[in-house]
Design a protein around this ligand. Structure first.
Ligand code: FES
Length: 140
């Protein structure tokens, strides 16, 4: 009979300990207080060039970069920090980027807004292939 109240106390304490953590996560997302939505400030190696097929795109969430390849083989890259309120975009559906915060959508190949509330296009990045590896960097 005494084990049951102890389990209840543990459950309550565990729940209380988790509540502030969840709250901090939401605050950081709204305020952009962490670096998840930080724009690219220096060159970064993304991965093998072969990961981006002709006519396709790949989202590199860890670096907030999307790379697209046109039918002619040309590469384009954009920073995937949403221009509405700075959330990192975490979903690529075909060539359509979808922001998890308020539902803005962008064209991965042009950076243009496909769905509001965002109104400004994504920031373009420079992208090149070095020894078979995609490298994105801020534009000069
Ligand atoms: S931050 Fe992306 S839609 Fe609001």
């Amino acid at each position: 009979m005494s084990a049951r109240p102890a389990a209840t106390r543990r459950t309550v304490l565990r729940g209380a300990a988790l509540t502030p953590v969840a709250g901090l996560g939401l605050t950081a997302c709204r305020a952009g207080g962490d670096d998840r939505g930080a724009p690219l400030t220096e060159p970064v190696e993304l991965g093998p060039e072969s990961e981006v097929a002709e006519g396709g795109a790949k989202l590199y969430r860890d670096h907030n970069v999307v790379v697209s390849r046109g039918e002619d083989g040309s590469l384009t890259a954009y920073n995937t920090v949403c221009t509405h309120a700075g959330c990192p975009i975490n979903k690529l559906d075909g060539n359509r980027l979808v922001c998890p915060c308020h539902g803005s959508e962008f064209d991965a190949g042009t950076g243009k807004v496909l769905r509001e509330p965002a109104v400004a296009p994504l920031k373009p990045l420079a992208v090149e292939v070095k020894n078979g590896t995609l490298v994105a960097r801020p534009q000069d």
